[in-house]
Design a protein around this ligand. Structure first.
Ligand SMILES: Nc1nc2c(ncn2[C@@H]2O[C@H](COP(=O)(O)OP(=O)(O)OP(=O)(O)O)[C@@H](O)[C@H]2O)c(=O)[nH]1
Ligand SMILES: [Mg+2]
Ligand SMILES: [Zn+2]
Length: 366
């Protein structure tokens, strides 16, 4: 059944282009369209199903048996932000394929060394929210920056709860050192300071994912932008919310102006899932220094004529930032090594299986 309406029949009247559709996706979708598939964008991922925005309105979606079976890993299944090819039956969508992602925000699955967890996809801008009170943490900010750059996503820092901060200028200065080329916005959901700047800044029809620790005010900001309390925030559940996450799932919202916002639950573990790229961009200052080291393979630990160590000594590079760089580098190296290890193990297993099957076949034929 093809749907005739040509705008997403949500409460909004936006076209696919206004919801982030572009040539990249249409190039992959055209052949699928000739086979009779519809296109949709994943707005919510529940445990066993999805909410999909489509020409036919808001649909409940499920993954086809084939996609379930052929997906190489959990990360390849549909995630919030994905554009998908699907078949539509009444209010139901069967999702057959995830169109290649343009960007993705991803981390190492909590507690699992070798599993990628895709948080959301096809994001243009990552709003990294840190509250100006006790949650403020430059090392965590660095981690988010690495993840943004790694996923090809433009980062923006939002300092929230500025009503609770007493040393704002100092914090801004510290942030500008850690993220020199990244815009910093400041808001207070209490006094509404900074709301106007945030609204003016928000790019239209781009997908913006809002990330940050639990309780920093992500949902409160989104509620304000939506002009209604669509999202539960901690204040509403204050009786039972001791240390708990209020937002429990990732969800895409469209404001009446056409801003596409993805709310995410606060993340406690931020393990990297990446290679060198995001790290180099985040620590461009250290990498630039490293080029001036005397030894080409300088590890910047105890070498003579090391430009990095010299910068620390002279006070132009902070010891904490340097330690953070080393730590994230170790984490990346460890991940690379263990991924290789698992891959090798899987291949060995497959070889053994194959040999066994051949052996059995040979045996039978005898
Ligand atoms: N003083 C002050 N409180 C705020 C501000 N923004 C949010 N809060 C309060 O902080 C608490 C947490 O806000 P939420 O919006 O639920 O935080 P969240 O980041 O969505 O948290 P999770 O969903 O758990 O990840 C609520 O009680 C808010 O009222 C602010 O700018 N100033
Ligand atoms: Mg929330
Ligand atoms: Zn060095």
């Amino acid at each position: 059944m093809a749907c005739i309406i040509n705008v997403i029949a949500l409460k909004t009247n936006f076209t696919f282009e206004q919801l982030g559709w572009n040539n990249h996706f249409s190039q992959y979708f055209t052949p699928l369209q000739t086979q009779g598939f519809e296109v949709g964008r994943i707005a919510v991922e529940n445990r066993n199903n999805y909410v999909v925005l489509s020409n036919c309105g808001e649909l409940r979606g499920e993954v086809s048996g084939k996609l379930q079976y052929t997906a190489q890993s959990e990360a390849e299944l549909p995630k919030v932000g994905d554009w998908v090819a699907m078949q539509v039956f009444d209010e139901q969508a069967i999702i057959h394929e995830v169109l290649p992602r343009q960007t993705k925000f991803t981390r190492r699955a909590a507690g699992k060394v070798n599993e990628e967890q895709v948080i959301a996809t096809n994001i243009d801008t990552l709003l990294i929210v840190q509250s100006a009170d006790q949650n403020y943490n430059l090392r965590r900010l660095e981690r988010y920056l690495v993840m943004a750059y790694e996923g090809n996503i433009e980062p923006v820092v939002v300092l929230s709860k500025v009503d609770l901060a007493n040393d704002l200028p100092q914090k801004l200065q510290e942030i500008s050192k850690v993220a020199p080329d990244v815009p910093v916005l400041m808001v207070s959901n209490q006094t509404t300071d900074g709301y106007k700047t945030l609204e003016d800044w928000l790019p239209l029809h781009e997908t913006i994912a809002v990330v940050g620790s639990s309780g920093v005010g992500k949902s409160t900001i989104i509620n304000h932008l939506l002009g209604e309390s669509k999202q539960e925030t901690q204040a509403i559940r204050s009786k039972d919310s001791k240390g708990r996450h209020t937002t429990t799932r990732r969800e895409m919202y469209i404001t009446s102006q056409g801003n596409i916002l993805i709310d995410t639950p606060g993340m406690r573990e931020l393990q990297l899932w990446e290679n060198q790229e995001g790290l180099s961009q985040t620590f461009a200052d250290i990498e630039a220094l490293a080029e001036q080291c005397h030894f080409k393979d300088c590890k910047h630990i105890a070498e003579v004529k090391c430009a990095v160590l010299q910068a620390i000594e002279e006070g132009t590079l902070s010891e904490a930032r340097y330690q953070s760089y080393l730590k994230l580098q170790r984490e990346t190296a460890y991940l690379e090594a263990s991924t290789d290890f698992i891959r090798e193990k899987n291949e060995r297993f497959k070889r053994i299986q194959k040999a066994y099957r051949q052996h059995m076949k040979h045996h039978k034929n005898k």
